[in-house]
Ligand binder design. Structure first.
Ligand SMILES: [Ca+2]
Length: 253
């Protein structure tokens, strides 16, 4: 009798566990396929043919050029091309500084990205969101190290101890457009990354024991390229169909 009761309990418990797992799997599936309930808070397809100065500021130093071009595009007729010089330590980003406050603590991003050739084998920076004044700011970063994705918190503002927390990820596609999606949360801090719809990274972010409000407000949203190593042949990266929202944006329909 005792054993049967335990057995029954176990069956019920096992059944509950199965139901819970099925329910979670169904929710995860829903998360991958359900349409957002609200339109993105911001979209940019570069189809105006130029950088909209009301949206984008350019932060670049000598040698890096950022132009809207028509030769390599994900959708439509235009995309933005960041061209990084050979053999020079440089950086170049377009930064959106006036996006809605709804994105300030927690947001989802999407961009189509193309690396025509493999990125330099160093710490490279591509997409960031953080405090005002980037790159002298605190920010979460989508980057790369040794030809694999690297997500990080970069504490780089003025008058603060510098440091970084790095999270490894898989390699990015090369030589073709891919749909990059990300979720940055500052409370608590976490980064999730999807490559062509497949979850590649889903990690909490901590820095010296702090797990929330590391950035304290996403206000500079950057796209570009910087390498902390040698780039003997220069480097090109293209972006198109950028979007930000309070829900996962998904691919271009
Ligand atoms: Ca476009």
């Amino acid at each position: 009798m005792f054993d049967r009761t335990i057995g029954c309990f176990r069956m019920v418990a096992a059944g509950f566990l199965v139901l819970t797992l099925v329910s979670r799997a169904a929710r995860a599936q829903d998360g991958a396929t359900t349409q957002p309930t609200a339109p993105p808070a911001f979209t940019e397809d570069f189809e105006s043919g130029s950088l909209n100065k009301d949206i984008w500021t350019t932060r670049a130093n000598a040698g890096t050029t950022i132009t809207v071009e028509q030769d390599i595009v994900a959708h439509g007729k235009n995309a933005v091309h960041v061209q990084y010089p050979a053999g020079v330590r440089s950086y170049g980003f377009i930064v959106a500084t006036k996006l809605p406050d709804s994105l300030k603590e927690h947001f989802f991003g999407r961009a189509y990205v193309q690396f025509p050739k493999a990125p330099p084998n160093a710490h490279d920076v591509f997409i960031t969101a953080g405090t005002a004044g980037f790159p002298i700011s605190n920010f979460l970063e989508i980057g790369l190290r040794q030809n694999k994705a690297q997500l990080s918190y970069q504490q780089n503002a003025a008058n603060i101890t510098r440091g970084e927390t790095m999270i490894p990820g898989p390699a990015y596609p090369v030589g073709k457009w891919f749909c990059l999606e990300w979720e940055f949360n500052d409370n608590p801090d976490s980064i999730t990354l999807w490559i062509d719809g497949n979850k590649a990274v889903d990690k909490a972010v901590a820095f010296k024991g702090t797990k929330e409000n590391l950035v304290k407000g996403f206000v500079d949203f950057g796209f570009g390229f910087r390498s902390w190593g040698n780039v003997p042949n220069g480097f090109d990266v293209y972006y198109d169909d950028i979007a930000f929202g309070t829900e996962r944006v998904g691919p271009v329909k």
